[in-house]
Design a protein around this ligand. Structure first.
Ligand code: DP6
Length: 320
């Protein structure tokens, strides 16, 4: 059987997932809404290797000691056809791994699509989403293009607006490429146990989801910006009031936020979001992108500024 390769892009949550109801099945405690981007990507190539005793994961050319976070996804997918033969999964990220740029979402989504094809599983959308959640609660969103809603009611996922229906720009301000000290998974566990804001955060989420759904469906940029920034600030409050405090933002992150406030003040339509890492993702209309980039370049210690668009869902590629 010849190998199969799939590609998936990271997604950035506008209404975020931070907390689980169930750590065994990795079920998010809340719905979330994200944008899938283009340009940054993960690829996953799956093949059989009869010399192996068990499945092997090679990430960015480095053999991993174990399948780690992707093991439940692989086991779930293999169970459909009771596959026993060991396979090797080679993942590549063309951007920093575990630095708050959603590499686990694109990584897991690419693996799900590649394995589904490799073993000829023909899984339903729901089964693909279930497989992705087992690897990472944000991963199902990378299966889909554009603005994406992951609904906790039945853990279904769908595109709200497709890539070209509202072509906003995303400017990624990379302030560090260091790996995060506390993984999202561990951070969520700590926050649930220790932050006194956790319960309010979970209970308020449906309001934010409904506002964001309305804003996206009516293409109301200001409303989307307002609810997204508010949701992001609430998540970081939960993180920072955890014990030990989870501080993902660095000094340059704060300088970026200050610059964004100044740009808003002079009437530039812009908003930001920040995940479990120090990178700042700015969302703006295409006509403002050049000005935003040149303003952000003036911030000391910015490592990189990457302009991207909304992107496609996970798909097979022919590496030929
Ligand atoms: C801050 O999906 O990486 O990016 O399910 O434990 O793998 P696990 O966590 P993960 O967490 C994402 C957290 C976030 C917000 C979001 O993307 O919704």
């Amino acid at each position: 059987m010849s190998d199969v390769t799939a590609i998936a892009h990271p997604n950035f949550a506008l209404i975020k997932y931070w907390g689980k109801t169930d750590s065994i099945n990795n079920f998010p405690a809340m719905s979330s809404i994200s944008i899938t981007i283009d340009t940054l990507y993960s690829t996953a190539k799956v093949s059989f290797d009869s010399s192996l005793k068990k499945d092997l994961w090679v990430l960015n050319d480095t053999e991993q000691e174990s399948l780690g976070q992707i093991e439940p996804t692989i086991n779930y997918l293999k169970s459909f056809k009771a596959v026993k033969d060991p396979c090797v999964i080679k993942s590549i990220n063309n951007f920093p791994t575990a630095a708050g740029l959603a590499s686990s979402a694109s990584g897991v989504a690419s693996i799900v699509i590649a394995i589904n094809e490799f073993f000829n599983l023909n899984l339903s959308e729901k089964e693909l989403v279930d497989a992705a959640i087992l690897g990472s609660g944000s991963a199902p969103r990378s299966l889909y293009p554009g603005f994406v809603h992951l609904n906790k009611k039945d853990y279904s996922c769908e595109t709200i607006l497709d890539t070209n229906e509202w072509p906003l720009k995303i400017i990624i301000c990379q302030t560090s490429s260091d790996k995060k000290l506390v993984s999202s998974r561990e951070g969520m566990r700590i926050s649930k146990l220790t932050s006194s804001y956790y319960e309010a955060w979970v209970n308020d989420q449906d309001n934010d989801i409904n506002k964001a759904l309305k804003a996206i469906k009516t293409k109301d940029f200001d409303l989307l910006g307002e609810v997204s920034e508010d949701n992001c600030k609430k998540m970081h409050k939960v993180m920072e009031t955890s014990q030990p405090p989870l501080i993902y933002r660095n000094l340059t992150t704060h300088l970026c936020i200050q610059k964004i406030k100044e740009m808003k003040f002079i009437g530039i339509g812009i908003f930001y979001t920040i995940d479990a890492g120090p990178q700042v993702k700015i969302i703006c209309k295409a006509k403002h992108a050049d000005q935003v980039i040149s303003e952000m370049k003036s911030i000391p210690n910015i490592q990189d500024i990457i302009e991207v668009n909304l992107g496609q869902g996970a798909r097979l590629i022919n590496e030929g």
